[in-house]
Design a protein around this ligand. Structure first.
Ligand code: KE4
Length: 427
């Protein structure tokens, strides 16, 4: 780790925290972040030449693994034709056809350059379409760093939110209502009190930013019913789950059709692509046809879109998610078995190529239950796995990702490392 230490020292002089995104700084788990030099398939190599089996996959995009030959070639070929035009291209239309063809709720779609931009734009669109201001979000869900979503629950139940970040004026947070994920009754109460002012309800279709919490059927169908009844927009943030848990995202699994959906990560294959889309009636409110302004110099960038298309071509092949889901489930079941053998309170879950692990006996169904997990045990486990060549997300509150490149041997090696790591997790 000599080179990572040296690079980290220098990076901190010029980049706040030495990183370009906070979670990379290892603050949650302690220690020095690993600087990576290259990746190939399921593996990444750090600046000291050490190799790791990678379960972060750039936080979700690399569902085919690192440097997939078809994705690299698609990028190189597109780049040779020109990096950007700021004008429409056939490739963007092809991406729109793939996205709307896979996500039945998306009648129209607009491409942007990040998940944050997708959610920020979709919220503005929902507010413009409804003429209302209030946004409902859920504690533990993360939707990117736009001001009105960096909000925590208000002081009392059903009171409006307070900023979680400096620099967010209180009045911007005052239109955001923060409720408990998987609490249908609270959603009913919120709509009883504020229904006519609610522009949109935004939720992670599987909450991967509090590690991994599935919505209950009652919760997700209640939100659908309430939004329909009160004329609010139901917005599924599938930036993480889109083309990660299945070919039609989480909405295709749960059988609920949102009014708007946001996408990111996998649809860029490792390059900057986000998207938002949904009902035509709503999308037609967007400039240049409608009054809601939204724009971007590199929106639909042809090189980034080429990486996304090359990725989605493989992802949408028959059997892709059967294989990926089986491999991910095998990993989680193996980890649970090793934890049991080590006498460590542990639970795990997975859906498609996404998984969550918790150092608590029962699988959590709410943010409060997630917070009861043993963070210190996770941090010990994280470092014990890192020392044994397995790179997990450096936070007890982040989901993990398996790629199509992870082999049975990778999973077996991971479980062998976990056998020793659980012993040290016991503390
Ligand atoms: P980006 O702006 O980071 O592309 O997307 C924001 C976003 C929106 N919605 C969901 C459900 C997300 O998970 C994210 C971003 N996820 C985090 C990790 N959980 C990205 C990693 C980071 O912040 O560095």
């Amino acid at each position: 780790m000599g080179r990572s230490n040296e690079l980290f020292e220098r990076s901190q002089q010029l980049i706040p925290g030495g990183v370009n995104s906070p979670v990379r700084a290892f603050r949650a788990v302690g220690g020095t972040p690993v600087f990576f030099r290259e990746g190939r398939g399921s593996r990444v190599v750090d600046e000291d030449g050490r190799e790791y089996i990678d379960y972060v996959g750039s936080w979700g995009p690399l569902i085919l693994g690192h440097a997939h030959p078809e994705v690299v070639e698609a990028v190189a070929s597109a780049a040779r034709q020109g990096l950007s035009f700021g004008a429409p291209t056939a490739r963007e239309l092809e991406m729109a056809e793939v996205l709307t063809g896979s996500m039945p709720s998306m009648e129209q779609v607009r491409l942007v350059s990040s998940g944050t931009e997708a959610v920020m734009s979709a919220i503005r669109l929902a507010r413009g379409y409804t003429g209302r201001a209030v946004i409902v979000k859920f504690e533990g869900c993360y939707h990117g760093h736009s001001d009105f979503l960096l909000v925590k629950a208000g002081s009392g139940a059903l009171t409006f939110g307070n900023p979680t970040s400096a620099g967010v004026p209180a009045e911007l947070a005052s239109h955001t209502l923060v409720l408990d994920y998987n609490d249908p009754q609270q959603a009913e109460d919120a709509f009883s009190r504020h229904g006519k002012d609610i522009a949109a309800v935004v939720l992670e279709a599987v909450a991967g930013n509090m590690n991994f919490v599935r919505p209950s059927d009652e919760f997700i169908h209640t939100l659908r019913r309430l939004c329909t009844k009160h004329g609010a927009v139901l917005l599924f943030d599938e930036v993480m789950t889109g083309f990660r848990v299945g070919p039609r995202g989480a909405q295709g699994i749960f059988g609920v059709s949102p009014d708007l959906t946001t996408l990111g990560k996998v649809i860029g294959g490792g390059m900057p692509v986000g998207a938002f889309g949904g009902r035509r009636e709503i999308m037609q409110k967007l400039a240049p046809v409608g009054p809601v302004y939204q724009a971007g110099t590199l929106s639909g960038n042809p090189v980034a879109v080429a990486a996304g298309l090359a990725t989605l071509r493989r992802v949408l092949e028959p059997g892709f998610f059967d294989r990926l889901g089986a491999a991910t489930a095998k990993l989680v079941q193996g980890l649970e078995s090793e934890a049991r053998a080590a006498g460590v309170p542990f639970s795990g879950a997975s859906l498609g190529g996404m998984f969550g692990i918790f150092f608590r006996k029962e699988l959590p169904a709410s943010f409060a239950q997630v917070m009861q997990s043993d963070r210190e045990a996770f941090n010990r486990f994280f470092h014990a796995m890192l020392e044994r060549g397995v790179y997990l997300a450096p936070s007890a509150f982040e989901a993990g990702f398996v790629s199509a490149a992870h082999s049975e041997a990778d999973i077996a090696a991971t479980l062998a490392a976990a056998r020793a790591a659980f012993a040290s997790a016991r503390g």
